[in-house]
Design a protein around this ligand. Structure first.
Ligand code: SF4
Ligand code: MG
Length: 340
């Protein structure tokens, strides 16, 4: 076996060291460029050798990302990057494995895989580019599209309630769940680094604007002039305070969240102090949305739990000790027939 990622000698990289010779083929101005930049910056900061990373994708605009990296990569089929990434990680636990996926790829056709990878806690990192539309196939509504979205496949507007990826991740038992926007590149870099440090499945939900088919869908809470008022930045151990002047807070009790006005810099004692290990609080926060509530950004859950591949390798080791491998004993055990 090769050297585990947490034991390798770190290298001083620049973000451009992760840039491949391929032309980037997203639409000019697409926020996927910002995610690519954040990812290359984060990997440079992490500093493990490039050949220790494997970047796996499914189908969709997001899925082009592995071509633009100087790491190992695999552009797989629609909805299936997670099973392939699981195979890569279990076959070679010494790789740092990344999944690049979109709302169609991960929540629609690959939804089942998303649930089970989180339940198993395979040590891979999933970046979900959520633009609430099928961009690559030119603008059909996706499982996360806002109710009432009008586009090519819903000329009268969608009638469905959208899926909430964070709530799905939390309900599936994910051990690291976070959210940010592609417009907040520095925050995204920080979350990618935290996801890498986490042992187990890390899931980062990224609001990503598609300028061509769903432009401005996140503007009302991500635009520069409103974001401080309309986002709530989650920080473990700190009170849930938000607003440009830090003049509002959240109180969580009996499973409900209420907004409380407060004196800036002096939150009352009953404002909830954020705890990233509190599943019911994380779940309640995952359901908040503008304009009724601020939109939370940051880490919704981070807990420690054994990873799938560690448990598998442990089990194989125990089985070898218990049964000492012997091919003849295996071939002649159980029902054996003599062919005449
Ligand atoms: Fe980006 Fe949308 Fe163009 Fe896809 S279709 S590359 S998501 S702008
Ligand atoms: Mg999409």
């Amino acid at each position: 076996m090769s050297t585990p990622v947490d034991e390798v000698e770190l290298i001083k990289y620049k973000p451009t060291d992760f840039k491949s010779d391929q032309d980037v083929r997203w639409c000019p101005g697409c926020e996927d460029y910002a995610i690519l930049k954040a990812f290359q910056t984060a990997l440079a900061e992490i500093g493990i050798p490039r050949e220790k990373h494997a970047v796996i994708s499914g189908i969709g605009c997001a899925a082009r990302l592995p071509y633009y990296m100087t790491t190992y990569g695999f552009h797989t089929i629609h909805g299936r990057p997670i099973p392939v990434a699981t195979g890569v990680k279990v076959a070679n636990p010494d790789l740092s494995v990344w999944v690049m996926t979109g709302d169609g790829d991960a929540i629609s056709i690959g939804g089942n895989h998303l649930i089970h990878v989180m339940r198993r806690n395979v040590d891979i990192n999933i970046l979900l580019f959520d633009n609430r539309v099928y961009g690559l196939t030119k603008g059909q509504y996706s499982p996360t599209s806002n109710k009432g979205t009008i586009n090519k496949s819903a000329p009268m507007g969608t009638v469905e309630e959208p899926a909430e990826p964070l709530a799905l991740a939390l309900a599936s038992g994910a051990t690291f769940v976070a959210r940010t926007s592609a417009a907040y590149v520095k925050h995204l870099v920080e979350l990618i680094i935290e996801a890498h440090k986490h042992k187990g499945t890390s899931f980062i939900h990224i609001y990503q604007n598609c300028y061509v088919y769903n432009d401005g869908v996140f503007d009302e809470f991500t635009e520069k002039d409103v974001r401080d008022d309309r986002n709530l930045i989650l920080e473990h151990g700190k009170p849930l305070v938000f607003g440009k002047n830090s003049d509002k807070g959240l109180r969580f009790s009996d499973g409900k969240i209420e907004i409380v006005e407060l004196e800036p810099g002096n939150p009352p004692d009953d404002i909830t102090v954020y705890d990233e290990t509190n599943l019911s609080l994380g779940f309640a926060l995952s359901k908040l949305y503008w304009p009724e509530y601020p939109v939370p950004m940051g880490i919704f859950r981070r807990v420690s739990q054994p990873s799938f591949e560690d448990l598998i390798y442990e089990q194989v080791k125990k089985a070898k000790e218990k049964f000492s491998p012997d091919i003849n004993r295996l071939l002649y055990s159980g029902d054996v027939w003599e062919v005449k």
